[in-house]
Design a protein around this ligand. Sequence first.
Ligand SMILES: Nc1ncnc2c1ncn2[C@@H]1O[C@H](COP(=O)(O)OP(=O)(O)OP(=O)(O)O)[C@@H](O)[C@H]1O
Length: 336
Amino acid sequence: MIEVHDLNKTFKKVVKEKGLAGSFKSLFNPQTVDFEAVKNLTFNVPKGQVFGFIGANGAGKSTTIKMLTGILTPTSGKCTINGFNPQKDRKKYVQEIGVVFGQRTQLWWDLPLQETYSVLKEVYQVPDKEFRTRMGFLNEILDLNDFINDPVRTLSLGQRMRADIAASLLHRPKVLFLDEPTIGLDVSVKDKIRKAITAINQEEKTTILLTTHDLKDIELLCQRIYLIDHGEKIFDGSIEELKKQYGKIHEVVFKLENKNDSSILDYQKKFSNIDTAVAEDTIHVYFDATKVPLPNIIKYTLDRVPIVDVAVKDPDVEDIVRRFIRREIGNDSEKV
Ligand SMILES: Nc1ncnc2c1ncn2[C@@H]1O[C@H](COP(=O)(O)OP(=O)(O)OP(=O)(O)O)[C@@H](O)[C@H]1O
């Protein structure tokens, strides 16, 4: 359904010299450098898949979605969605897709919500009967009735997001692009939105490309995870494969009796393939269990400092993805 081949996007970025003089200089004589926001992305998403497009802030997710939806033109490479070129076949293509940018709305701010749907009905040329049935279904999965006559500007964020998702689905798109659809929402609204996404995917076999920083979204919704970092693919596969590939990194957490003791422990000097993070009186030690035996780490620690507590954590998907998003694992992840 979605075919992406060697997709690239390079932006020109203005480089500013330091200070006020630098600001004036770049205002009148801007110097630019090329910045590769998306690099050689290649993937295919089959019909009906929920594809989790995941990465840290600035990884290139929105830029990719903008190219796939025809808002931006790729610098090079190709994307085809259900046979359409998003840039060339724009008019026909918009009938095929629904798009939600969680940080922005496509609803008319001053109109009652129902009016927005009536305008969209005309834009997408949805016949009357079909429109009524569709609104009934969308109301059922997204609970719109309580606020459907209110002006959009008066809606809460959760109501607005549900309204936006309904707007993107009005014309029964084959592909749905959801860029952070649960951002800033409380748990109960997130839950409602997740159920609606699942219903659409299961009942209509809609292909869904989802970007999110919410780990529960990833776990509950994504059938496949595609991780990108600095515009490049770093992982593509199922949750099980992700666990297999990166799940070898285990974590042991020591709670120290005296927080100043952390300086006594130099794991990097003693062991190779090891990473640490210190927070107050707690030390997190990340290690590859196939290379460094856990008893050695524990012995090394106990021999040197008094410990109040030790906990060993097996990595779960949330943990792995969280570390990716925080850039604790990147292209050089093999180093641990
Ligand atoms: N129009 C633009 N001009 C110059 N640079 C841009 C432009 N749009 C995006 N970028 C840069 O491209 C990189 C990728 O941005 P993008 O918005 O795609 O990231 P993202 O993965 O969606 O991040 P986030 O999770 O924060 O939304 C960033 O470094 C950003 O500053």
